[in-house]
Design a protein around this ligand. Sequence first.
Ligand code: NAD
Length: 340
Amino acid sequence: MRIRVAVNGYGTIGKRIADAVVRQPDLELVGVAKTHPDFEARRAVERGYALYVGGDGSPAGFDAVGLPVAGTVPDLLGRADVVVDATPDKVGAGNRRLYDAAGVRAIFQGGEAADVAEVSFNALANYAAARGKRRVRVVSCNTTGIARAAAVVLPRWGVERWDVTLVRRAADPAESKKGPLNGIVPSLHIPSHHGPDVRTIFPDLAIATVAVVVPTTLMHVHVNHVRLRSPPADAAALVEAFRETPRFRLFAPWEGVGGTPQVMEFARGRGIGRDDVMENVLWQEGVTLEGKEAYFFQAIHQESIVVPENIDAIRAMFDLAPDGRTSIGITDRALGLAGR
Ligand code: NAD
């Protein structure tokens, strides 16, 4: 029996999660909900997704442009075992009432406060913690990237202190009204909220984060400086650990990937859909070790990195796989990530 999944909020994250759900062998997409008709709503219908009306939208708005809708969000919830809420920041918490009334389990995104759910989740870091839960929050794109890296480093060498400078993209590609267009804007609140968010998964990690926003839409880049408790002999051990872990992609110097433009060009060529990069991207040459001090850069594709995590969160909630690594393997094979 496949788990029936609803997606409420069909924007940057929601549309990708819907596409990922239909590719999983043990999940079934029962529908997606949008507030207003637009080209994305039409695309959902063209893809064969049942379309429902959410938020302040009305079926009449969709009827007026000839887009068939199957009902409203309560109808959608009535057909689902779990809903993935991908509505804008802080809207999800307001939807909890609806989900409780329908008796469906719910996954929330990183734009919600941690207390929206029983557990904050990352598949590599704490898959087991979401087992059997009714409400799970998949942490944000930046927190997902850091949590994955911590899941590699912490158990192997321990961490005395982790500092991250986040170079953040200004907006997603479709957001033409956001900026900065020509400037570098520091987030003056130190530490930034990302460090505390990582501690929703690793409560004892000594981590501090600072952030600057730059005029790009492509990806975030993290500059990591980690003081290890028991460092390996050389940086090659770090490289190997990242290389052997799913959801990490390392580029060697000969591959000519100088920065995020080449990462996105790589993504355009590999054909997993929407030009997404769901892995943490590391530059092998930048992985450095000086005594206990480790340094590495990683690029994070904000639009897609949380997508496989949402899939694994469903599998954990319904106990569909014996452990996180098994779930990650199923997800990544279905998405075409493994080996590409
Ligand atoms: P988005 O604005 O691209 O999409 C949200 C969608 O929800 C829109 O289509 C909007 O019309 C719809 N919507 C609004 N109110 C609704 C309601 N009441 N019911 C149903 N649909 C409604 O937002 P996004 O970037 O996809 O972000 C969604 C969540 O994912 C947020 O919590 C965000 O913090 C998180 N997230 C975003 C990114 C990113 O970089 N975009 C990365 C990781 C996590």
